[in-house]
Design a protein. Structure first.
Length: 142
């Protein structure tokens, strides 16, 4: 399993390199999991009846955020990077969670965790990839 990002460029490259080295050495496939999906999964685990949409966010620096909307058990999703002013925080049914979010916005501080990434992989929604083809997710380059 690999936390493929989005996130820190250097951190993503280091994590990807380590995962590739281990996978090559042991002839394993890698499951690339979104950091944003891991944040959303954490929120859904807090309340098993939760049906709200989660807006998962991570500070991307330069006054921008990596973000994506998630529904319960929907872990493959569009991920974006944009200025926080371009996002709408008015819908009270959306739960906002993540890192580096302005204190004026009602949100939950949540770090992407390996436990949540493992849960997502165990649900069978992430496809294993040969280590040769693993790359970090650089949303800013899209």
């Amino acid at each position: 399993m690999l936390g493929r990002g989005p996130g820190s460029f250097t951190g993503l490259r280091v994590a990807c390199s380590i995962a590739q080295g281990i996978a090559y050495a042991h002839d394993l496939l890698i499951y690339p999991v979104s950091s944003l999906a891991a944040i959303a999964d954490f929120i859904y685990q807090q309340d098993l009846n939760q049906k709200a949409t989660v807006l998962a966010m991570i500070d991307a620096r330069m006054e921008e955020f990596y973000w994506g909307y998630f529904q319960r058990n929907q872990w493959i999703n569009d991920e974006h990077v944009s200025n926080i002013l371009q996002l709408d925080f008015q819908d009270p049914s959306i739960i906002i969670a993540g890192l580096g979010i302005n204190a004026d916005i009602t949100h939950q501080i949540v770090y992407p965790s390996a436990i949540n990434m493992i849960r997502i992989v165990e649900m069978g929604q992430i496809i294993a990839i040969d280590p040769e083809f693993i790359e970090p997710t650089y949303i800013r380059n899209v």
